[in-house]
Design a protein around this ligand. Structure first.
Ligand SMILES: CC(C)(COP(=O)(O)OP(=O)(O)OC[C@H]1O[C@@H](n2cnc3c(N)ncnc32)[C@H](O)[C@@H]1OP(=O)(O)O)[C@@H](O)C(=O)NCCC(=O)NCCS
Length: 215
């Protein structure tokens, strides 16, 4: 796996994936403070301080050693409005295993932004960082996230039944993954994920889930 110290911005048809700035705090707080978002991340909603701490850590993000994390803000190209964030965590350097995550503002849901951004990130991890396997962990019942995984061409690899006790209730986890060698759904073998998703082209110039903690 080729590791780089800092991510470069990634441009798609509609979006720019870039490092967070401290000024993005209020925008990030808008989605990170929502209980209906935090429940899927198995934690409390973040407050303003936690949001800024996450941004600060994200600014130093890199993928070089095991458990290094990247956090990227996702902004609309046309007006600069932040719509969410994507993240990556280097799980294992030698075997190129990378976990990805995504958290988007429900205000902007249902327009394919999360798919477009996540596809570009996955493509970047394969093509630029040399990842071998990109995976996502999600709570069973997180249907929107599961559909997103499928749109990314990930395969369901595991259903870990009642593998964690959280706030007195058993939760189950799903693991979705995609290999660098996996063919694109409905496309030619060897093509990239991003190329399979409308609008998700990685520009040449170019989570809380895995950035601030476990998904
Ligand atoms: C998971 C999450 C990012 C998905 O958000 P989303 O809005 O469903 O995803 P997208 O932005 O990609 O939009 C996809 C939806 O828009 C529709 N859509 C509209 N235009 C589209 C386009 N141009 N391209 C793709 N999809 C489009 C799709 O059909 C899809 O709808 P469907 O899922 O009902 O079929 C969001 O629910 C979220 O942030 N959840 C909380 C955090 C979380 O669970 N994180 C993951 C922890 S592992």
């Amino acid at each position: 796996m080729t590791t780089t110290a800092r991510p470069v911005p990634i441009r798609t048809d509609r979006l720019l994936l870039r490092a967070f700035e401290l000024a993005d705090g209020p925008a990030r707080l808008a989605w990170q403070s929502r209980p209906d978002v935090a429940r899927w991340l198995m934690r409390d909603p973040l407050d303003a301080v936690s949001v800024l701490v996450g941004i600060r850590r994200g600014q130093e993000g890199r993928l070089a050693e095991a458990d290094d994390r990247l956090l990227l803000a996702v902004a609309r190209l046309d007006d600069g409005v932040l719509v969410g964030e994507v993240s990556a965590r280097l799980d294992d350097v030698g075997s190129g295993q990378v976990e990805v995550g995504w958290v988007f503002d429900p205000v902007h849901s249902g327009r394919g932004y999360a798919t477009e951004a996540a596809a570009a990130l996955v493509e970047e991890l394969f093509s630029r960082h040399g990842a071998h396997r990109v995976f996502a962990r999600l709570l069973e019942g997180n249907d929107a996230s599961e559909r997103l995984c499928r749109r990314l061409g990930m395969r369901r690899e595991a259903h870990l039944r009642e593998n964690e006790l959280w706030r007195g209730e058993w939760t189950s986890e799903l693991v979705y993954a995609r290999l660098a060698s996996d063919p694109v759904l409905g496309g030619a073998a060897g093509a990239t994920t991003a190329a399979a998703v409308p609008g998700a082209t990685t520009g040449a110039g170019a989570g809380e889930s895995v950035a601030d903690g476990p998904a």
